[in-house]
Design a protein. Structure first.
Length: 256
């Protein structure tokens, strides 16, 4: 069942979204060569705690992994697509791409957002990968209009990504969000005839999150049971926003 949110609920989700946006903005400002992904984790953990919120990912149980996620952030570097675990041993290097995914629970409602951050000066190919992925998110958000269909959103990502020579990762999808971190509907980044194609209605909130590979779309999960990587070792990018459908058009909840 797809849960539509009231104006009051959307206002609460906006506060969750603002907090996530502030955390990610801080991540973008401090990322530099020589930092570890655990350094990012420590800063984000303090920001979330100081705001009176709870980290959404830490302790999250996934049946597919058979274990709980151990950190506040997902920090995924280069060929790591999503769900990378922060580590004191993972030192960021010049030219890396680090994907930072953050979720919070504040006043009963979740916020969830992700960004891809260049570490120092990156190669033009990496810059283009991030640019196209971020553009695909913007194009998908443009489709989040009352009365349109979910596949309008999914297809916008797929068309832009594939027309620019990249691949949409298919094993992982976006999702509804609200009082639960993951709600209906699933939001693939391609048109998938195996999932529902509901009409978009006012009050729906979707976490739209293109995950894009520079090479082929196949991924696999590492032995830590969380970190998903491209099977061909190609770079990946990931951007995410929580977006509400309103009568005035799409409302991005996870902007500062």
């Amino acid at each position: 069942m797809i849960v539509r949110k009231s104006p009051l609920e959307l206002d609460k989700m906006r506060e969750s979204g603002r907090l996530v946006a502030r955390v990610l903005a801080e991540m973008r400002s401090i990322v530099e060569p020589g930092l570890t992904t655990m350094d990012l984790e420590v800063v984000a953990d303090k920001m979330i705690t100081d705001a009176g919120a709870k980290a959404a990912f830490k302790g999250y149980y996934a049946p597919s992994a058979g274990t709980r996620f151990p950190a506040v952030l997902c920090t995924s570097v280069n060929e790591e697509v999503i769900h990378g675990i922060p580590s004191k041993k993972r030192v960021l290097k010049e030219g890396d791409i680090v994907k930072v995914d953050c979720g919070v629970l504040l006043d009963g409602y979740y916020g969830d957002s992700a960004t891809s951050i260049p570490v120092g000066k990156v190669a033009p190919a990496a810059e283009r990968l991030m640019k196209i992925t971020q553009e695909s998110l913007s194009l998908a958000i443009d489709q989040m209009v009352n009365g349109r269909r979910l596949f309008d959103v999914c297809g916008a990502v797929q068309k832009h990504v594939e027309s620019n020579g990249y691949s949409v990762v298919r094993e992982f999808v976006g999702h509804g969000i609200g009082k639960k971190l993951h709600e209906e509907p699933q939001v693939p980044n391609y048109v998938d005839s195996n999932v529902r194609n509901p009409r978009l209605r006012e009050g729906m909130v979707l976490a739209i999150e293109p995950m894009v590979a520079a090479g082929k779309p196949a991924t696999h999960v590492l032995s830590d049971r969380w970190t998903a990587v491209t099977s061909d070792g190609s770079n990946a990018a990931h951007f995410e926003h929580c977006v509400a459908i309103t009568n005035n058009g799409p409302w991005i909840l996870t902007e500062v």
